[in-house]
Design a binder for this molecule. Structure first.
Ligand SMILES: NC(=O)c1ccc[n+]([C@@H]2O[C@H](COP(=O)([O-])OP(=O)(O)OC[C@H]3O[C@@H](n4cnc5c(N)ncnc54)[C@H](OP(=O)(O)O)[C@@H]3O)[C@@H](O)[C@H]2O)c1
Length: 243
């Protein structure tokens, strides 16, 4: 049994991954943006060990989440799942100079990674939208360009991959990986998202807990429990591995 903390587990893929892990007998701690969302998460994921509250769009909120997690002891794995999507039509700052998109999708995982007692495994939920993005590394906070919600989202999800790989390079004792879940019909994905919702939460749970050799690798990027290949078909998947 592994102890797993999952950010943004009051809805969508985070909640689904929590349910999957609880079903497998793991000790899962949930996270909601406030106490009401944490209570909702606890009711929706029966068997969870607890929940931590905090708004990840602010540095104070992310720091409070890290403090609360550390009070619960050391976790075997942390899944950085919470995110805001590409439908943000304008740049809204939640910290001086920092748009909410960057704060939740990039700054919060960075703060939590730095402040939460180091687990054995770190899992960062990215997105396929970052493929082909041409990031403006000199303007990740979007102060020099006209806002594009889609590009800002794609860049933020590229940053999650960079974070996963940077952590893997620096912390040799931690397995740190990123993944894309497919475009799936959650609140963020929207009702017409074409990919398999059930598969969308499997890879994160597998990376956090499985004894499979591949799940215990580091500095890798996954789609449906597989490494990318040049001829990858986004709709083809083989039998699921155990997680
Ligand atoms: N759905 C897709 O097609 C898709 C595709 C590629 C990647 N992803 C990635 O998958 C992850 C999960 O997305 P999802 O589709 O499950 O989205 P979702 O259904 O919108 O869930 C997002 C979760 O993050 C939480 N969250 C958002 N802002 C927060 C904040 N400021 N503070 C604390 N928690 C906050 C939400 O809380 P509330 O419940 O209170 O809103 C919710 O629990 C994200 O990282 C996303 O980028 C999704």
């Amino acid at each position: 049994m592994a102890g797993v903390f999952i950010t943004g587990s009051s809805d969508g893929l985070g909640l689904m991954a929590a349910r999957l892990l609880i079903e497998k007998g793991h000790a899962v701690v949930l996270h909601g943006r406030n106490d009401a969302r944490s209570r909702y998460a606890l009711a929706a994921a029966t068997g969870a060990r607890g929940a931590v509250s905090g708004d990840l769009s602010t540095i104070a909120g992310a720091t409070a989440v890290a403090d609360a997690v550390n009070k619960l002891g050391r976790f075997d794995a942390v899944i950085h799942n919470a995110g805001v999507g590409y439908r943000q039509t304008r740049r809204v700052e939640t910290e001086p100079g920092v748009p909410a998109m960057f704060a939740v999708n990039v700054l919060a995982p960075y703060i939590l990674t730095a402040l939460i007692e180091r687990p054995d495994r770190l899992v960062y939920v990215s997105s396929g939208t970052h493929h082909g993005v041409r990031p403006r590394m000199d303007d990740l906070l979007w102060t020099k360009r006209a806002w594009s919600g889609f590009s800002a989202y794609a860049e933020s999800k590229l940053c999650d991959v960079l974070l996963a790989f940077a952590v893997a390079r620096r912390w040799k004792d931690v397995k740190s990986n990123a993944l894309e879940p497919g475009w799936v019909p959650t609140k963020m994905g929207g009702p017409s998202a074409p990919d398999d919702l059930q598969q969308g939460c499997v890879t994160q749970a597998w990376l956090a807990t499985s004894n499979d050799e591949l799940a215990q690798s580091t500095a890798n990027y996954f789609y449906h429990q597989r490494l990318p290949s040049r001829t990858r078909s986004r709709t083809t998947s083989g039998p699921w591995r155990s997680y």
